[in-house]
Ligand binder design. Structure first.
Ligand code: GLC
Length: 470
């Protein structure tokens, strides 16, 4: 092609048609490691499958990295679930309390968001649970349900060893939390104790669950083909419906469905070094500054808590090499979190050829002299980061769908990265199509408030099952 510019024709760099030909060659070269080809993605899929198998099996579970915790949720909603439920949702940047009313076909939700201040996220566990109980009491008072003993579902979006539907031992903290006195304890009991300390609210904790399970359940309520739940938000994780006979850590009698939802906790994938071959110097830098350095390495390649930081490090690196903004502005990007995942999302909202939003964002950050070329390069950096995240998430879904062997699978998905990024869904679908056995039909379904409705549904399905067994 006579008009082809040297950088796209460079055989070492490949011919990716999504890359703007005006991207600076050295930036293009440096970012190459962020662009994973399908062969690499297939290797990652095989590694993940092996990790999942090890998590499921009794012999290998103790040393496994991807823990594959059984959730004790064996039945999906059948659409007859009814009633009023309270739900708690802890695990992201905010804590939420919800009142969910299911009427068999629809659900009505009232909810309130409360911040979890940094000192509570990292302080004594007792303070965290007192805070939760206080928010719950305030909400119950406002909703006029203070004196009613409502069933409650508790969405706990951290690794949890479940011993039953209402017993969950906190295994470790992720996503910037590190409260003392929680790990190794039953979080339902910690919640009940905090409520008892107040003495002004009545609740009946009917279920403790992970946000991935809530997401799967909320989508299954609307589409019975849902078999997988995925979160691409502050953190990243997935769950799926596994045959009970394969879930060796689930020592319970078969209650009929023959299945159990497995919370993979695959954010930890790679913590044994098996993903080091794709990690870049920037991934290492992002990890090194975290309170859980060396852990949750797969999550740190994908989720909202880290993507903005990745972009920031790349921008800083290219400023220091004189490749962006004429080598000026390093001070604006040197502070941790001075570029957010939200800003990365916005950068990618400009239509091709337009630099309006990018320029606005860069100007807001404090840069004064931004050229079109700077805008093109910054967008390219963001695209590399978000595409890699989406492709790694696609690999998770492909792996699990191949493992389940179902011919039709709906995946319920929630989380800010999936919901708000303008292209992540498209990137995922495209990559799944390239990698998935074509005889499997799939659909990605946005979960409407999975952590809230899902918590109510797990509690409601448990109540229905109890009735059926009596
Ligand atoms: C982290 C948590 C996991 C949760 C995910 C998404 O990976 O460990 O439990 O599901 O974030 O919120």
């Amino acid at each position: 092609m006579s008009t082809c510019r040297s950088q796209i024709c460079n055989p070492k760099l490949g011919l990716d048609d999504w890359i703007d030909p005006k991207v600076t060659l050295s930036i293009r070269q440096e970012m190459q490691k962020m662009i994973l080809d399908n062969e690499t993605l297939k290797v990652i899929s095989a590694l993940l499958l092996d990790n999942i198998e090890r998590g499921l099996k009794k012999d290998t579970h103790p040393k496994s990295i991807v823990k594959c915790f059984p959730t004790y949720v064996q039945d999906l909603p059948d659409g007859t679930e009814k009633g009023k439920f309270l739900a708690l949702d802890l695990g992201g940047t905010n804590f939420r309390v919800l009142l969910v009313e299911l009427d068999g076909t629809n659900c009505n939700i009232e909810s309130k968001i409360f911040a979890v201040p940094l000192d509570i996220m990292t302080g004594p566990g007792e303070r965290l649970f007192d805070h939760i109980a206080e928010c719950l009491a305030q909400f119950a008072f406002e909703q006029g349900v203070m004196d009613i003993r409502l069933p409650l579902g508790f969405t706990w979006s951290f690794p949890l060893i479940q011993k039953g539907l209402t017993v969950g031992i906190a295994e470790r903290w992720t996503k910037g939390f590190s409260c003392s006195g929680v790990i190794g304890n039953d979080v339902v009991q910690l919640l009940n104790e905090a409520i008892a300390r107040r003495g002004d609210i009545k609740i009946d904790v009917c279920a403790i669950l992970n946000d991935t399970t809530g997401t799967l359940m909320s989508c299954a309520y609307r589409n019975p083909d849902t078999r997988v739940g995925l979160i691409l938000g502050t953190g990243t994780n997935g769950c799926y419906v596994e045959k009970q006979k394969n879930a060796e850590m689930f020592d319970e009698p078969d209650m009929g469905s023959g299945n159990v939802i497995i919370n993979m906790e695959m954010g930890a994938f790679g913590d044994d070094g098996c993903l080091d071959f794709i990690r870049t110097d920037i991934d290492l830098a992002v990890d090194a500054q975290c309170i859980n350095a060396g852990r949750q390495l797969h999550e740190k390649l994908i989720s909202g808590m880290y993507l903005g930081e990745m972009v920031r490090y790349y921008i800083l690196k290219f400023i220091n090499r004189g490749l962006l903004f004429g080598g000026k502005g390093a001070d604006l990007f040197s502070k941790q979190e001075s570029f957010s995942t939200k800003e990365m999302t916005q950068v990618e909202m400009d239509s091709p050829g337009s630099y309006k939003i990018i320029r606005e964002i860069l100007t807001k950050i404090g840069l004064t002299d931004v050229s079109d070329e700077d805008c093109i390069n910054v967008r390219f950096i963001c695209e590399c980061v978000s595409r890699r995240a989406a492709h790694l998430a696609a690999v998770v879904l492909v792996t699990v769908m191949h493992k389940m062997g179902e011919k039709r699978v709906v995946v319920g998905i929630d989380g800010s990265v999936y919901k708000y990024h303008p292209h992540v869904r498209r990137y995922m679908i495209q990559k799944i199509r390239e990698l998935l056995d074509p005889s499997i039909k799939f659909d990605l379904m946005l979960s409407e408030d999975g952590s809230g409705i899902g918590a109510a549904l797990v509690a409601a399905v448990a109540a229905r099952k109890r009735r059926e067994m009596q």
